[in-house]
Design a binder for this molecule. Structure first.
Ligand code: FES
Length: 124
């Protein structure tokens, strides 16, 4: 069996939603303590819905694929659903990641959580 699923390779080669959102109202940045990779997530949230989302990842292929898939999973979703997204769900949507690469998907979950924290801080 190939080490990486076709979906992982597809999202690595053609990542969706790469870039920045100039007028984002939720921005999160996290680093992975294990490898030093960094992920930044931008969201435009309106009426509690993620209208747009983009990311920049300085990291490995699994982190890029996880970020890409995570943005696809949350785009157009209400915040109540976005909050529930786990790294396991991201990895599952990619048809799995090798065990020693699961920590890469954690970056995506944490970047989303960090962006949501930023959004709620901005609301105060
Ligand atoms: Fe750093 Fe994958 S090795 S996020």
């Amino acid at each position: 069996m190939a080490l990486y699923s076709e979906k992982v390779m597809d999202h690595f080669r053609n990542p969706r939603n790469v870039g920045i959102i100039e007028d984002a109202n939720a921005v999160g940045e996290v680093g992975n303590a294990k490898c030093g990779d960094i992920m930044k997530m931008y969201m435009k949230i309106e009426d509690d819905i993620v209208k747009d989302v983009k990311f920049e990842t300085f990291g490995c292929g699994s982190a890029i694929a996880s970020s890409s898939m995570a943005t696809e999973l949350i785009k157009g979703q209400p915040l109540s659903e976005v909050k529930k997204l786990t790294n396991e769900a991201v990895a599952e949507a990619l048809d799995g990641l090798p065990g020693y690469k699961m920590h890469c998907s954690v970056l995506a979950e944490e970047a989303i959580k960090s962006a949501l924290d930023n959004y709620y801080e901005n609301q105060e």
